[in-house]
Ligand binder design. Structure first.
Ligand code: PEP
Length: 249
């Protein structure tokens, strides 16, 4: 069983001073060593100062996106090397907002996953169905396609360094959480797909985390499910009190 993996996705929130204030307070509340992975996915501008401030803390840093090329004429993009220099250990790849609002496809997402792994970053690969897809009973086929294409061309040693985030699109930012049993059903399905890709032992150690309106009020019942190894919280990670409560589920 992987240890609990609790991440906050700040999206496009917090200037540097706000990010540092939050991180300082969180680091004081959760000094090392910690029995769970604690990760903040901050906006690009705050990554480097946070990396410096959190260097000796138990709080780890993630970016929210990355480009797959090492460098070049890609205006507006950020490379894996830049993220590593800033102090990141993780990067979110394929978040539904990037798929929906910025047209990201599985092919590019796979390139990003591979670039991240090659640079020593752990990708947090997001998959999940829309409300319409769930209504059409396509949840499993959508998740299967996103996962298989996102992990295309990776060997088992690479796959074991990935974190999979199941984020039903209809539960993100809506206040509507998947029922724990509903989430568990998809997490179990993802675990079985991972077993097919890299074997039972490696698949058992891969964190599969849930995202979609996670709050201090519903974290405990979600974490009670066998295949839910952690969460990716959006809105509830913006406030140090509520994120701390999630961490103490
Ligand atoms: C997210 O953005 O990954 C997310 C799960 O957001 P929220 O918790 O606000 O639904």
């Amino acid at each position: 069983m992987p240890r609990p993996f609790i991440a906050g996705n700040w999206k496009m929130h917090k200037i540097v001073s706000e990010a540092l204030e939050f991180a300082g307070a969180l680091a004081r509340r959760f000094p090392p060593p910690q029995e769970r992975d604690i990760v903040i996915a901050a906006p690009f501008t705050a990554l480097h100062p946070l990396g410096q401030a959190l260097r000796t803390s138990a709080i780890q840093l993630s970016a929210q996106n990355v480009h797959w090329e090492e460098q070049g004429a890609f205006t507006g993009e950020v490379s894996t090397r830049m993220l590593c220099e800033a102090g990141c250990r993780y990067v979110i790849v394929g978040h539904s907002e990037r798929r929906r609002l910025f047209g990201e496809q599985n092919r590019e997402i796979n390139l990003k996953v591979r670039a991240a792994l090659a640079a020593g970053l752990k990708p947090i690969l997001c998959v999940g169905e829309t409300l319409e897809e769930r209504g059409d009973e396509k949840t499993f086929s959508v998740v299967r396609k996103q996962l298989k294409e996102g992990l295309n061309n990776l060997n088992p040693d690479d796959i074991r360094r990935v974190i999979v985030a199941y984020e039903p699109v209809w539960a993100i930012g809506t206040g509507r959480t998947a029922a724990p049993a509903q989430a568990q059903e998809v997490h179990r399905f993802i675990r079985q797909l991972l077993e097919g890709l890299c074997g039972e032992d490696l698949a058992a150690a891969i964190p599969i985390i849930y995202g979609g309106s996670v709050t201090p009020g519903n974290i405990r019942e979600l974490m009670a499910e066998t295949d839910i190894n952690g969460v990716l919280a959006g809105g509830a990670s913006l406030d140090v009190e509520s994120f701390s409560k999630i961490l103490q589920f």
